[in-house]
Design a protein around this ligand. Structure first.
Ligand SMILES: *[C@@H]1O[C@H](CO)[C@@H](O)[C@H](O)[C@H]1NC(C)=O
Length: 422
């Protein structure tokens, strides 16, 4: 018995000594990758009786807006869409929620809201649970040296100089989280692991902070499946609606809401990486990435043209190397929409889709965009790209092979610290 206790005590010491030596780690989820709560105030105006009744049912308290399985039933899809809707106000040059709808991300700083999108449906709504559990197996502890940075992913960022109250606030909160993780872990710089859209936010945060801040606080940036140059899938989303492959939802019911999202506009294919290639073809025209403003007009979303040109386009060109080590982990070899062909029925009918290489959502030229852009970098700052073949966009944070690849990176970054002390 005594020996057993001693062994347990030693094991604890051993585990703690590992935990003490680990660099704190912050997880930044992708679009739709964390729970989002909403609260309806008396200013909320609903379009249908069902939405009105379901609003009464919430009694002005917080409820889970994303994700809830009820949104798959069409009367509720409509309520969901109107509550998720964003509005661009050209006078103040910024986005805001629908009147009477307040939103918040669950528990900023915690990994809780990004493990599962619905805590009651853990199996089908798992997001980062496998990754978080695996990190805990190598000694990470949520709240101690492992943190999550959920956000209202409908909002994006704008080129500097434009108002962007939600996105800019998120960058500030993320910055504070990184600083406090650093302080509470013996001033060890932080490893950031992002997925998808989260990576675009992280790179902006880094490049908008002084170089001395980055050197002090950031150990390494691991960017998993980031659409650096947007996706062709996003043109499908804007033109005809996209239901993430859920077949029972009518894509046209969510199209308006998807068009309204600032972060969706940010993910339109960038002319820099999709050059001289038709991405959408109709009976009358073909559109390349440089024709996005015309495309937005033609699909009936003229409101998007001004924010796209003024807020997004300059942002697409700000992909500078941040001067800290970056590793991209990408999925490849999965059929990914590359070209959309519309018939004479117009954009309300789903197009014929032609596929190319990528992770199923993000095209290969977008996943690998930084490779050519940063090709001149040397030594520690040379971009590392890890190709996980046959693993799709969402599976990169769940699939065993992919998660092991992320873990291997985290462990090697941590062990480099140990050897430098030795
Ligand atoms: C990724 O790896 C697979 C298998 O090793 C290889 O066939 C493919 O060409 C690689 N793709 C890229 C973009 O490097």
């Amino acid at each position: 018995m005594k020996t057993l206790l001693l062994m347990l005590a030693l094991l604890c010491l051993y585990r703690n000594s590992i935990a003490v030596d680990l660099h704190p780690l912050v997880l930044v989820p992708g679009r739709g990758g964390n729970q989002l709560e909403a609260r309806l105030t008396p200013k909320y105006k609903s379009s249908t009786l069902i939405c009105k009744l379901s609003a009464l049912f919430t009694k002005g308290s917080w409820f889970r807006l994303w994700f809830s399985p009820s949104i798959i039933a069409s009367p509720f899809t409509r309520c969901f869409a109107e509550r998720m809707m964003l509005y661009y106000d050209p006078i103040i040059d910024d986005y805001h929620n629908a009147p009477g709808v307040e939103t918040r991300a669950l528990n900023f700083g915690s990994t809780e809201g990004l493990m599962y999108l619905d805590p009651h449906l853990t199996h089908i709504t798992e997001y980062m649970a496998t990754l978080v559990n695996s990190l805990e197996e190598i000694g990470y502890q949520s709240g101690k040296n492992l943190f999550g940075a959920p956000y209202d992913f409908r909002y994006g960022l704008a080129a500097e100089g434009h108002p962007c109250h939600v996105g800019n606030q998120y960058l500030q909160d993320l910055k504070k989280l990184i600083e406090s993780a650093f302080v509470s872990n013996g001033k060890k710089p932080v490893i950031i692991v992002s997925h998808s859209l989260g990576g675009l936010f992280v790179l902006q945060l880094l490049n908008r902070s002084p170089l001395s801040w980055r050197h002090k606080y950031i150990k390494h940036f691991i960017a998993v499946s980031v659409p650096w140059g947007g996706t062709v899938l996003q043109m499908l989303t804007f033109a005809s609606g996209y239901t993430l492959g859920v077949p029972i939802v009518d894509p046209l019911l969510v199209r308006g809401e998807q068009r309204s999202s600032e972060s969706n506009l940010w993910l339109m294919p960038s002319p820099k990486f999709f050059a001289r290639k038709p991405l959408v073809i109709t009976e009358k025209k073909s559109y390349m990435a440089s024709d996005i403003p015309e495309f937005l007009m033609d699909i009936g979303f003229g409101e998007g043209v001004c924010p796209y040109k003024t807020r997004i386009v300059p942002l697409l060109d700000s992909l500078k190397a941040p001067g800290v080590p970056v590793t991209c982990i990408v999925g490849t070899g999965v059929e990914t929409p590359e070209m959309l062909v519309y018939g004479d029925e117009g954009f309300d009918v789903q197009p014929r889709i032609f596929y190319g290489d990528g992770d199923g959502s993000v095209n290969i030229e977008s996943l690998l965009a930084l490779k050519s852009l940063w090709s001149g970098l040397e030594g520690e700052h040379k971009l590392r790209v890890i190709n996980v073949s046959g693993v799709s966009h969402m599976s990169l944070v769940k699939d065993t092979v992919a998660v092991n690849e992320i873990l291997a990176q985290v462990q090697s970054i941590n062990s480099r610290l140990l050897t430098s002390f030795a």
